[in-house]
Design a protein around this ligand. Sequence first.
Ligand code: PGA
Length: 254
Amino acid sequence: MSRKLIIAANWKMNKGPAEVAAFLETFLGAAGELAEQADLVIAPNSLSIPTASALINDINPAIGLAAQTVSENENGAFTGETSTDMLKELFVNYVILGHSERRSIYGETNAQINAKIKKTLAADMTPIFCIGETLAEREGGQLEAVLSSQIKEGLEGVSDISNLVMAYEPVWAIGTGVTASAQQAQDTQKFCRSVVEELYGAEAAAAVRIQYGGSVKGANSAELLGQPDIDGALVGGAALEADSFLELIRNAVA
Ligand code: PGA
């Protein structure tokens, strides 16, 4: 089965509205044809989403817009949170969930991530469901157990994953400049797909797109995304500048 690549920029807590506008003025025009070859998504911080939404709608509506997290609750008394209703009003169509920074810094559990995935799917948005092991877990022989429980607990009670994307991001490769080798990433993503197969069957496992994330850049995107079980990238540092993100995308789709 051929799966369309999906390449997403995760800007984390970077870029206010003015910087987002400057990035998109370069990026949206240049990304025209590339957006036919791969699904392209940007994830600004929530204050910059309205600016990004307006520019995407005006210049290139094929570019996806993601939030970096969302509340699992309906609108109500949840100080500091953002709801799926609010994101939908701004034409957000993806939500990154379970990112390792949300897990490690903000203590998000598999159960919370599961609730957020269900809320996002119920709102007809696409979760980008992140999983990944720490170096200690990999070196301690826990790789498969950790990934398997993140996948199983994160997807508990989710009956249909046709509108869900996964992202394998080894924690030791995020923002460190250390990338998993293409073979390491391929082997691990093949394992993740086998866990999906156990839960949802062969057809769903063959269809689900799994991104790799962790120090992806222009120099390694072609090799990583050329692996059979790597269907895209979730990119932090190399997506902060339009030119380096475009180079990464061009090399991957070439
Ligand atoms: P990085 O971040 O590309 O800077 O390693 C990836 C991510 O955290 O999604």
